[in-house]
Ligand binder design. Structure first.
Ligand code: FAD
Ligand code: FES
Length: 250
């Protein structure tokens, strides 16, 4: 998918409930790593199969990438809540920073299945890390729009993806809801931009995790109604609920 990220397809068999957009799986990546690693379900290519789009970060993701094709992998899931799908009509704005595109890929596929219009914005530091191809290809009739931004200007808009989002939300026919996934600072900026324009927004948070099922409180995030576990209360949150100063500080 990019020089540092890989798309894996897993065969789950008929017993795994079909994952919903926003849900994740917790993967036992290697025998010598006790903690499982969480990854968003990034696609359902066929019944009984699911995709993960994984960026190489450390030991766990490398161990996963090194497994031979056909390996048996212990996976828990699908876990967590899901994105709220829009009512018919209107445009949904999807904002992805870096590997955040993985968390929005299944959502984009589901929105297109329901014939919803989408406008996707994808940002990265440079063209090497861009994951624009995780979204459906743009269509000539405006049903699917795609714009990219790079911090170094190597492709697309030169600047932050949040600046692109601000411009899109100020257009006359602006999207009626926003979904985002990416670094905490990006999510905080999108939360602020959407709150000022009174546009509903949901964010998928990629907090560090341990148990993945709400037992250890190792993944809490500050919300206006107290601390919530990202793994079991989330990972999808209405951004108006999040305490943004704490999100960025974490
Ligand atoms: C709900 C959820 C969904 C996620 N979906 C995806 C996905 O679809 N694709 C993907 O590539 N990654 C995703 N992540 C992040 C992924 O879990 C981490 O990148 C992975 O666990 C790192 O494991 P590692 O052993 O390779 O890295 P480690 O050796 O454990 O850490 C290497 C580096 O990665 C950072 N890191 C570790 N865990 C996380 C984390 N949870 N979030 C952000 N940074 C982390 C560490 O701070 C460190 O700098 C998701 C996380 C959550 C909580
Ligand atoms: S990871 Fe244990 S409560 Fe979320």
């Amino acid at each position: 998918m990019s020089p540092t990220s890989f798309l894996f397809t897993f065969e789950s068999g008929p017993d795994l409930p079909t994952p919903r957009p926003g849900q994740f799986v917790n993967v036992a990546v290697a025998d010598d790593l006790t903690l499982r690693r969480p990854f968003s379900v990034a696609g359902i290519p066929a019944p009984g199969r699911f995709d993960l789009l994984v960026e190489m970060r450390g030991k766990g993701t490398r161990a996963l990438a090194e497994k031979p094709v056909g390996s048996a992998v212990d996976v828990m899931g699908p876990l967590g809540n899901e994105f709220t799908l829009p009512d018919a009509g209107g445009v949904s704005l999807l904002v992805a920073g870096g590997i955040g595109g993985a968390g929005l890929r299944l959502l984009a596929q589901e929105l297109r299945r329901g014939y919803h219009r989408i406008h996707a914005l994808v940002g990265a530091r440079s063209s090497e890390g861009l994951l624009n191809h995780v979204f459906p290809a743009p269509t000539g009739d405006g049903e699917v729009l795609l714009e990219v931004a790079t911090d170094d200007g190597s492709t697309g808009f030169h600047g932050m993806v949040t600046a692109l989002a601000e411009g899109v939300l100020d257009e006359p026919d602006a999207p009626s809801r926003v979904y985002c996934c990416g670094p905490p600072a990006m999510i905080a900026a999108i939360a602020d931009i959407t709150a000022k324009r009174n546009v509903p927004c949901e964010a998928l948070l990629e907090e560090m995790m341990a148990c993945g099922v709400g037992a250890c409180r190792g993944c809490v995030v500050a919300t206006r109604s107290g601390y919530k576990s990202v793994c079991s209360d989330g990972p999808v949150f209405d951004t108006r609920e999040l305490v943004l100063e704490e999100l960025v500080r974490a």
